[in-house]
Write a protein that binds this ligand. Sequence first.
Ligand SMILES: NC(=O)c1ccc[n+]([C@@H]2O[C@H](COP(=O)([O-])OP(=O)(O)OC[C@H]3O[C@@H](n4cnc5c(N)ncnc54)[C@H](O)[C@@H]3O)[C@@H](O)[C@H]2O)c1
Length: 256
Amino acid sequence: MKQTAHAPIGMLNGKVAVITGAGQGIGRACADVFVREGARVLAVDFSGNQDKVARELGPGVVPFHADVSKEEEIKAMFAAALDAFGRIDASLHVAGTQGGRDGAIEFTMDEYELMTATNLRGVMFCSQYAAKAMVPTGGGSIVNFTSVAGINGEQLAPLPYTAAKAGVHMVSKVLAIDYARQGVRVNVIAPGFTLTEMMQDATPELLAHMGAKSAIGRPALASEQAEVAAFLASDRASYVTGTVIPVDGGWTARVA
Ligand SMILES: NC(=O)c1ccc[n+]([C@@H]2O[C@H](COP(=O)([O-])OP(=O)(O)OC[C@H]3O[C@@H](n4cnc5c(N)ncnc54)[C@H](O)[C@@H]3O)[C@@H](O)[C@H]2O)c1
């Protein structure tokens, strides 16, 4: 049979994505993979690294400075994406903060506020504004990033962090139901231990201990989270909504 050569088609060709936390780590890896797959990206962060990411990834990436714990800045972020690209097909809410004392069961109100402002309130408002921005152009895909520590108890994670991540699971399910008939899908990626800058202060012992928690026996690469996000943002995931997908090498499959 005669073979026909086809140019490779990116899984996200023609799509526009907002990515929060794009300055480093998993968010940065998402920007890399989304550009590789043909998407244009609004790369959002408050660190300043978003400018470097845009320079490195080329003209399809527009940097935007926003603190996603603040409603006015979230509004401005989606307005900037619509201004730059005219539509939003995917919105990845990756920005998050660990911030607290590892393993803290007791915590202060300030620590609670710190870990809730971005991880829960920020993701909730980003999801709400993203859904509203997607409806006029036929819908889109929202991907919220939480943690395995939002699914099962992990004593090394601060309690307000795990509570915030678990809250995002419910935010995502409710919005998935609310917006399903308007073409907006909402899903969660719950990463297991992933090698990123967030872990740069961890001791070698802690890194080995955390890596061994997955059944696969090693930490994830940030790109392994990003590949799942690209699938969820693509039309290949057209019947996937309201899910929480652990990308954890089998960590949460264990009884203990
Ligand atoms: N790395 C892991 O092992 C791991 C495990 C489970 C869950 N997660 C989750 O995955 C997500 C990404 O983690 P990471 O390891 O890439 O983190 P990271 O700390 O390496 O990067 C987070 C990025 O988000 C930005 N950011 C934080 N708060 C922000 C805010 N309010 N507004 C705008 N930008 C903000 C930071 O500047 C940074 O660039 C987080 O939600 C985290 O909780 C990570």
